[in-house]
Design a binder for this molecule. Structure first.
Ligand code: UN1
Length: 513
């Protein structure tokens, strides 16, 4: 780690050996149990973090609710200025934060930087948005009446994020929430607590420089029990949660029980359809990056390739050849393509999935294995696998957060491929590789992909922040990031004003006194 400048990065980001939360104020001390963060890169202990106890949580919530009272009064473009400064600080810290993401989470350094770039991008987006939080005006059916809608700040937003995008997904939520005048309480994954502390330190600095209460952005560290405090807390009108479908179902029910709002971004089972008219070279690049990028641990990772029988052998052969070129190893070393899985648990799930696939009748094209020896001491490095399977196999229906790519064959028309693509419980991302206009448009039509994201001649992963991000069915239905995703962070109010001197009722109702 030293050779890749991790020590310097940690120092720059204010990560100490024993972290008691963050550098300043209410978030500065947590009194709960110690959480140790180990790197999947080399198995080393990076730092220890004190978790947030129930009593600490109460203090955080008090600070947050108090901060909201004043923050919501700040004009939105001024809140945008705070987010602009945050984006500037992220630019200054891009290298250090990207390295920490790579070291604590295990994704390649390029992807670590890419994740920080997503943060910078969403800040830029939110700054512009801070002058565009507008509703519509409508024509009233009554004379001398005006009708319009406006968006007001919502309150405390609870953010639960996953290990695989330990910084970007929080920032999608936080940047929008802040320009909307909300305050945030963030529980990062207990697998990547240091990324949380680093981000909190950066944002807390901006708040301090602007003499704003630090309760505007709060960090809490701990496991699912802490998450439960958030989801049950009726002081929190919106919970935004990213993670497994299993987790999302629990969050959704808990939040719904108190009629709160939830924004869910859960599992995917993303497929690329490869038609006879596909550009094979582009297909291979898109599929390989989609399947092995982030070691298959993106929500948008490509899990299934649905290939027409006429090009199946050609695609399979090219994929197997491409997989032979993959360099697996320390993600901080820029010559490597694939880093480790997040932990030993994930390695076990990967092994089990491959076993199940074989037991269910799949044929291995590129065998998976756990790598050992020099450089692989953490035990988290695995060989990305390619498996010929059927869509109906139970294991193909599940999202395994690992680099396992299932090849599925279809015959006949593209409708058959679309049916296979849609025949899973999840609905996040999807793609078609084709140069045929009819196939492409059908795929994007109402009878096409049922996913929240549908791409043509692009893989399933690597969405830009400008679009709304999220999916249907068991993916949870939430939309984050671009487009009008900001609306969920605000409360809408419809206003009707009568500037006349009589009081006509709507729908022509007569009520004479
Ligand atoms: C996630 O995996 O939770 O589209 C987010 C992508 C990234 C975001 C993924 N921009 O792959």
């Amino acid at each position: 780690a030293t050779q890749f400048g991790i020590k310097a990065a940690l120092a720059q980001l204010g990560i100490r050996e024993l972290n008691d939360g963050t550098s300043t104020g209410v978030n500065s001390f947590s009194t709960g149990e110690i959480l140790e963060s180990y790197s999947p890169v080399d198995g080393q202990l990076i730092a220890k973090v004190k978790t947030t106890s129930a009593a600490d949580y109460e203090k955080v919530m008090q600070a947050a609710t108090e901060a909201f009272q004043s923050f919501r009064l700040m004009p939105a473009p001024q809140r945008g200025e705070i987010v602009r400064q945050f984006g500037e600080k992220l630019r200054q810290n891009k290298e250090a934060l990207g390295k920490l993401v790579s070291y604590e989470m295990g994704k390649s350094l390029q992807e670590g930087y890419g994740e920080v770039q997503e943060m910078i991008d969403i800040c830029d987006f939110a700054v512009g948005l801070s002058r565009q939080l507008h509703g519509l005006t409508m024509h009233s059916e009554r004379p001398n009446h005006r009708m319009y809608e406006q968006y007001h700040s919502l309150g405390v937003v609870g953010i639960i994020s996953a290990f695989n995008f330990p910084v970007a997904v929080w920032s999608w939520n936080a940047a929008l929430a802040l320009v909307c005048g909300d305050v945030c309480v963030w529980k990062p994954s207990e697998k990547t607590p240091l990324c949380g502390i680093a981000c909190q330190n950066i944002l807390a600095q901006v708040l301090q420089e602007n003499k704003l209460p630090e309760g505007i952005s709060c960090l809490i560290n701990g496991d699912y029990k802490l998450g439960e405090l958030l989801t049950k807390d009726s002081r929190i009108p919106l919970i935004s949660a990213t993670g497994s479908t299993r987790m999302g179902k629990i969050v959704a029910q808990t939040v719904a029980a108190r009629l709160g709002k939830s924004l869910l971004e859960l599992g995917g089972n993303n497929a690329i359809i490869v038609t006879p008219d596909a550009d094979i070279k582009m297909t291979i690049i898109g599929a390989v990056f989609g399947a092995v990028g982030t070691a298959g641990q993106r929500c948008t990772s490509t899990r299934r390739l649905i290939i027409h029988e006429s090009v199946y052998d050609k695609v399979a052969t090219a994929l197997v050849a491409a997989y032979q070129q993959l360099r697996i190893g320390n993600p901080l070393d820029e010559k490597n393509h694939v880093g480790p899985l997040i932990d030993i648990d994930a390695v076990e799930k990967y092994n089990k999935a491959l076993e199940k696939a074989v037991a269910q009748g799949a044929k291995i094209l590129v065998d998976g294995s756990v790598l050992s020896g020099s450089g692989y001491e953490s035990g988290c490095y695995v060989q990305p696998a390619i498996v010929a399977a059927e869509n109906s196999f139970e294991i193909v229906q599940c999202e395994t957060f690992a680099p396992i790519l299932y090849l599925l064959k279809y015959s006949g028309t593209v409708e058959n491929a679309i049916a296979i693509q849609n025949n899973v419980a999840q609905g996040l991302s999807s793609a078609i590789m084709t140069t045929n206009l009819r196939e492409a448009e059908l795929f994007l039509s109402v009878s096409g992909s049922d996913c929240g994201i549908a791409n043509v001649n692009i893989g399933t992963s690597g969405a830009e922040i400008g679009g709304a991000f999220g999916g249907e069915k068991e993916t949870g239905g939430g939309r984050e990031s671009g487009s009008d995703a900001w609306k969920v962070y605000m409360r809408r109010q419809t206003n009707t004003i009568n500037y006349g001197s009589t009081l006509p009722l709507a729908q022509g109702i007569k009520f004479d006194l």
